[in-house]
Design a protein around this ligand. Structure first.
Ligand SMILES: Nc1nc2c(c(=O)[nH]1)N[C@H]1C(S)=C(S)[C@@H](COP(=O)(O)O)O[C@H]1N2
Ligand SMILES: [Mo]
Length: 437
């Protein structure tokens, strides 16, 4: 799988006619080198250029008046000049309260941690607005003594801090049949990476006493969807957490306040938010989310089921359609890699659609089942590029091309698309989602 068979004469196929351009996000079209990023995203008029009054040796406007005091910022917010850095949704893709999803702006971030306000959201029945004093977690079924825990009870178990990515199994799911969404926020933004503080699910289960023969848990949320999944006991005992903090502060409502299940490396759907009930049993429950949904329909009509672990994957976040190259000369290519099976050990990047690969420079902490940041420092002379990245993990697994992936899985799937992404960078810096065969 490491050898990348690319037809020497292969030219990129844009499928532009099949692709729906996202109004409001890319409406202004993509721009030539020199445009500001906000302009590239069609939200601002073409900038006239920096105000000379604010340039050296002049004293800039913001140095001439007294600023806000601390009383103006009881809870901090990003600079108003970063107002375009937000989660976004796709109009035709489930934007109702019954079922909704938005996407992390990956191309605006750096390092490995996703800020709390930018973590993508996926809700099956909207968010639950829970009073933590009233919230309870029930543990029952095949246990010695059924228990009900308050949040204070949960917080008295030993605490652990762990950084993990959460990826929705449907991330990149719209791309199974070809390039469709023109932006890395939309092709890859159903992933976030957070430091959780919580307690081990194992400790809570052992408090109730697990009966012999117990093999599965049913985990259920307190949202209007009552979203539930079956979780193997082995995984629950191994490394799952019941988390109440994200990146140091209380979980956000959108992420499951006051308590969520953390299931390292496994598909996001299992990470039950607003968790209220754990039932211990000896068989899976065959819930909606593991029968009708979150299964992969193969070409022969059979379905892959209980596909828990997220395979190694990566994406170049810059350049990408929302973040075109702007100037010739020194440029940075950067992106993210992750694996649900361990640490990322290496990331390769190609600028010519897979003929030549170079090893990217990984920087920042490399944690087990966490987003991992990579860079390629390069000199761009305005040549067309076909940029791809390819992740390796510590099991020896190498991220496959989309062609290789489709050979095994067909094109009926929605979930678990970890194929290599291609961005076409044109001579003017515009960048487009394409596929090469
Ligand atoms: N209770 C509950 N838990 C849930 C969901 C939900 O709708 N309700 N959505 C699941 C899905 S499909 C995903 S991908 C993740 C998304 O987590 P996030 O909203 O923190 O990104 O939560 C999972 N946990
Ligand atoms: Mo999901």
């Amino acid at each position: 799988m490491t050898k990348h068979a690319i037809d020497g004469s292969a030219s990129p196929t844009g499928h532009a006619s099949r692709r729906r351009f996202l109004t409001g996000t890319l409406a202004g079209g993509l721009v030539a080198a020199g445009g500001s990023e906000a302009f590239a995203q069609g939200r601002k008029k073409k900038p006239i250029g920096p105000n000379p009054d604010n340039q050296p040796p002049n004293v800039p406007d913001w140095s001439k008046t007294l600023g806000d005091g601390v009383a103006d910022h009881p809870y901090g917010k990003p600079s108003k000049y970063e107002a375009h850095v937000v989660r976004r949704d796709v109009e035709w893709l489930t934007a109702s309260r019954q079922s909704s999803v938005n996407f992390t702006p990956l191309h605006e971030l750096d390092g490995i941690i996703t800020p709390n306000g930018l973590c993508f959201e996926r809700h099956h029945g909207g968010t639950a607005d829970i009073n933590p004093f009233d919230h309870r977690l029930i543990v029952h079924g095949m246990v010695d003594k059924p228990l009900i825990f308050s949040m204070d009870d949960i917080k008295r178990f030993p605490r652990y801090n762990r950084v993990y990515f959460l990826e929705c199994a449907a991330n990149s799911g719209m791309e199974w049949r070809g390039a469709q969404l023109n932006g890395c926020q939309f092709t890859h933004g159903m992933v976030h990476n957070v430091m959780y503080t919580g307690v081990r699910l194992r400790d809570v289960l052992e408090e109730a006493g697990i009966k012999a023969g117990a093999k599965w848990l049913q985990v259920e949320g307190a949202d209007s969807a009552g979203m539930n999944r079956s979780l193997p006991m082995q995984k629950a005992l191994d490394d799952c957490l019941l988390a109440f903090k994200m990146n140091g502060e209380a979980l956000r409502t959108e992420q499951g306040y006051p308590l969520r299940l953390v299931v390292p490396g496994w598909e996001g759907n299992l990470w039950v938010k607003w968790i209220r009930r754990i039932e211990v049993g000896d068989m899976p429950w065959q819930a909606r989310e593991e029968t009708s949904k979150y299964t992969d329909l193969m070409a022969d009509g059979r379905s892959r089921r209980f596909t828990f672990a997220m395979d190694a994957k990566s994406v170049v976040t810059n350049p990408s359609p929302e973040a075109p190259l702007k100037v010739k000369g020194r440029n940075i290519i950067t992106g993210l890699a992750w694996s649900g099976r361990g640490k990322v050990t290496r990331v390769d990047v190609t600028l010519d659609g897979g003929r030549n690969w170079q090893e990217a420079r990984i920087d920042g902490p490399v944690f087990d089942r966490s987003l991992t940041r990579f860079y390629v420092d390069f000199d761009w002379q305005g040549q067309e590029l076909l940029v791809q990245s390819r992740a390796h993990d510590e099991t020896g697994y190498v991220q496959p091309s989309k062609v290789e992936l489709r050979k095994v899985r067909g094109v009926n799937s929605i979930y678990h698309n970890n194929g290599i992404q291609t961005w076409l960078v044109r001579a003017n810096g515009e960048t487009e989602n394409v596929e090469i065969s």
